[in-house]
Write a protein that binds this ligand. Structure first.
Ligand code: GLY
Length: 291
C-alpha cells in the first residue's frame, strides 16, 4: 500500500496570519516524516514524529509556543488514536512538559487512557519527563496586549487557532491520528479543549481525522467521529468531509479538518478562510495555501 500523510498547524482568518515560516515548517515536516513512512515506519510512529516536530515549532499553538490562558498559565492537551485497535488516549490541561503527544502515547497501553491536570502531572513524573517551560516571548507579549485590550474570547480564537495534528496511513494499511493544542487562548481555568476528545481526533480501521479550530464548535458537531463514521458507513472521505463542512458553515462554525482513509484517499476541509496544512499523496507534497 502507498503510504499517505497529512499534517496541520491550525486554521485562521487570514492566509498570511502566520507568515511563510509556518508554511515552510509544514513542508519540511511532511517531507521528513513521509520519508520515514516510505521506509516502512508505522502510522503511529509517523504521527508521533510529525506531532512532536510541530509541538517543538514555536509557530504553532501546541507544545513550545502554546498560547496563555486567562490566568497567564499554559495548559496543553493532546490525544492519539490508533485506528486498527480503535484505541483513544489523551492528556488534558497538562503543564511544564515539552511534548504532550508523548504522554498521550504512553497511555495507549494503560487501563486509564485519558488523564487531566493532577493525574497528567503525576504521569509526567512517572515517565521521568523533565520539567519544561513552553512559554515564548511572543506569546507572552500577545497575552499582555490582549489583556490590556480586554479582547473577547471569540476574537482570541480567531487570532490564535494554531492547534497541530497529523494523520497517517502506513504500508500495512494502518491509520493513526494525533492532535495537540495549547487551547483557545485566554480561556477560563479548567476549560477542556476538543483536541483530547474523540470530537477533535478520531480514527478506526477505515479512516482517521484530526481537527483544528474553535473547540466548542468542534465538540458541538462531534466532528472527527462524525466524519469517520460517515466514511465507515460508505461515504468517500471527500464526501464525508464536504458534508460536515456544509453543516458547519450553516451553523457558523469555525474549524478545519484533515484526514486519510484506508482506500488511500487523503482530504481536508475548512469553514475558516484558511487551513494551514500540507500533505504527501505518495507522489509529491502539496499544501492548502492557495486552495
Ligand atoms: N481546538 C483547540 C481548542 O479550541 O482548544
Amino acid at each position: 500500500m502507498v503510504p499517505k500523510l497529512i499534517i496541520h498547524g491550525g486554521a485562521g482568518s487570514t492566509p498570511d496570519s502566520k507568515g511563510t515560516e509556518a508554511w515552510r515548517s509544514l513542508h519540511r515536516i511532511v517531507a521528513a516524516v513521509y520519508g520515514q513512512l516510505e521506509a516502512g515506519c508505522a502510522a503511529t510512529a509517523a504521527v508521533l514524529m510529525a506531532c512532536t516536530q510541530l509541538e517543538d515549532d514555536p509557530c504553532f499553538n501546541a507544545g513550545t509556543g502554546s498560547v496563555l490562558q486567562s490566568d497567564g498559565q499554559i495548559r496543553m492537551s493532546a490525544s492519539l488514536m490508533e485506528g486498527t485497535r480503535q484505541c483513544f488516549s489523551g492528556v488534558i490541561n497538562v503543564s511544564r512538559v515539552k511534548n504532550p503527544i508523548l504522554m498521550a502515547q504512553a497511555l495507549q497501553c494503560q487501563g486509564d487512557r485519558v488523564l487531566s491536570d493532577h493525574g497528567a502531572a503525576e504521569l509526567a513524573r512517572e515517565l521521568g519527563l523533565p520539567l519544561y517551560n513552553p512559554l515564548t516571548e511572543s506569546r507572552l507579549q500577545e497575552w499582555l496586549q490582549d489583556r490590556q485590550n480586554s479582547t473577547s474570547p471569540k476574537r482570541m480564537a480567531e487570532v490564535t487557532m494554531g492547534t497541530i495534528g497529523a494523520v497517517a496511513l502506513d504500508r500495512e494499511g494502518r491509520i493513526c491520528a494525533g492532535t495537540s493544542t495549547g487551547g483557545r487562548g485566554f480561556e477560563r481555568i479548567g476549560r477542556v479543549s476538543d483536541s483530547a476528545t474523540p470530537a477533535g481526533n478520531y480514527a478506526n480501521a477505515i479512516a482517521g481525522i484530526s481537527c483544528t479550530g474553535v473547540g466548542e464548535d468542534i465538540l458541538d458537531e462531534g466532528l472527527a467521529t462524525r466524519i469517520v463514521v460517515r466514511v465507515t458507513d460508505g461515504l468517500s472521505l471527500q464526501e464525508a468531509i464536504a458534508r460536515s463542512m456544509d453543516e458547519g458553515l450553516s451553523r457558523q462554525r469555525d474549524f478545519g479538518v484533515i484526514g486519510v482513509a484506508v482506500d488511500g484517499a487523503i482530504a481536508w476541509g475548512k469553514t475558516t478562510s484558511v487551513l494551514f496544512a500540507a500533505y504527501h499523496n505518495g507522489e509529491q507534497s502539496f499544501d492548502t495555501h492557495d486552495a
